[in-house]
Design a protein around this ligand. Structure first.
Ligand code: NZQ
Ligand code: ZN
Length: 390
């Protein structure tokens, strides 16, 4: 582990079938006004809403609701939420939903008492919070983003065609998160699969950087092997509790800052995927799957040793009689076959991208510095065009 770093993760997790009982321990720590934040209504259909409300009532909380957080939450929704949270004088924001709801709750938590425009401050100029933060708790219902145990919040500005993430410090992490794998069982299969790839992508964005011998890489190889194994079971039988619970736990560890330690990290797949998302509003994990292989094939020569290691240690490619390049490429062939098997979207055309959007997507893509190749705009264009091919 070269370099210096600090590690702190203040989010308390309650995991398993009984996890919701954790709310009974957490609620007494906060004042009486709770702003309950949720999405388009799935929690009402699957009964999670009633279960949460029952516990809130048992603790005599005054519950205000902020409903209709959309997938890929928008800045307009955030402005609306700020007014609601102010009226509620919220002591706690309780997010019940997926990454979008958890992300939105965090964005809200730093924006309610912000005297400037939160879009400008947090998402355009990436400033830190210097005002009061409302504590956030999460009850997770969709697995993938890791939002339940990190400071990330991704907001879309439809007008500006920008989808931007701000990763806040530990003071913005959820104070607690409830992880009951059963709560994710009602997810449509498409969402489950998108979440699985989101997890894979988070791991790879961190794994595919650096050349040193780093414990984080060994941990990530184990996480990826477990994810591949459980994903194949979950796709066959989405009700397999063991597979779904492994995937839930994996998702949290893939992006709670632990495996990033000692790594420069890449995140270019996410930057291209987010630009695609800004133009299509497509499901996050699918935007990543559609651009990943064209990106990996493009950067492979620059990160050959790591791609070879990935092929050998994650995809069990045999090295016998092969060049490093052949081994590395075979790893990507194995990866592609897994991606197709679990049913991922493999090109951006299938997400609604048209030829006329390509230039805008290139412009909206932020260029990162930590991967094996710092892309030029031309490089991004090549990758986006390759992702557009059938
Ligand atoms: O709105 P509801 O009714 O809740 O329906 C949601 C939504 O339509 C549905 N859903 C969630 N749980 C369900 C369910 N349907 C049935 N049963 C359940 N148990 O699933 C749909 C998608 O939910 P969403 O929260 O949008 O998905 P996800 O968790 O993938 O979150 C995506 C957002 O997170 C951001 C993405 O950019 C995107 O905006 N990310 C956040 C990150 C972070 N905080 O670190 C990192 C990620 O890379 C990602 O960028
Ligand atoms: Zn992601």
């Amino acid at each position: 582990m070269l370099g210096n770093f600090t590690y702190c993760n203040p989010t308390k997790l309650y995991f398993g079938r009984d996890a919701l009982n954790g709310l009974n321990e957490e609620l007494p720590k906060y004042g009486k006004n709770v702003l309950l934040v949720y999405g388009g209504g799935s929690i009402k259909k699957n009964g999670i809403y009633d279960k949460v409300m029952e516990i809130l009532k048992a603790h005599n909380k005054v519950v205000f609701e902020d409903v209709g957080v959309m997938p890929n939450p928008t800045v307009d929704k955030l402005y609306e939420g700020i007014e609601r949270a102010k009226k509620a004088n919220a002591d706690l924001i309780l997010a019940v939903g997926g990454g979008s709801v958890c992300d939105y709750a965090k964005a809200l938590s730093v924006s309610v008492y912000c005297n400037e425009d939160p879009w400008d401050k947090y998402f355009l100029t990436f400033e830190d919070v210097d005002n009061k933060i409302i504590p956030v708790g999460c009850v997770l219902t969709m697995v993938g983003t890791g939002s339940e145990m990190n400071g990330g919040t991704v907001i879309t500005n439809i007008e500006q065609r920008l989808k931007i993430g701000h990763v806040f410090n530990e003071n913005v992490f959820p104070k607690f998160s409830i992880l009951n794998p059963e709560f994710s069982m009602t997810l449509p299969k498409y969402q489950m699969i998108a979440g699985i790839f989101d997890i894979m992508s988070h791991i790879l964005e961190q794994y595919l950087s650096g050349e040193d011998d780093n414990t984080s890489d060994y941990v990530m190889e184990g996480l990826m092997r477990s994810l591949i194994h459980s994903s194949l079971i979950a796709v066959e039988d989405p009700h397999d509790y063991q597979a779904r619970s492994n995937i839930m736990w994996l998702a949290t560890w893939a992006l709670n800052t632990f495996v990033a330690k000692g790594k420069t990290t890449d995140w270019e797949v996410h930057m291209i995927g987010q630009a695609v998302g800004a133009y299509t509003n497509a499901t996050h994990g699918m935007t990543l799957s559609a651009v990943t292989l064209p990106y990996f094939k493009f950067i492979l020569p620059y990160g050959l040793d790591k791609f070879k290691r990935y092929a050998l240690n994650v995809w069990n490619v045999s090295a016998a009689g092969k060049t490093d390049m052949e081994i590395a490429e075979e790893g990507l062939v194995e990866m592609e076959s897994w991606m197709r098997k679990i049913g991922l979207v493999m090109n951006i055309k299938d997400l609604g991208v048209t030829e006329s959007m390509i230039e805008g997507i290139v412009k909206s893509t932020l260029i990162m510095q930590g991967g094996y190749k710092v892309l030029t705009s031309d490089d991004v264009r090549k990758i986006v065009k390759e992702s557009f091919k059938k």
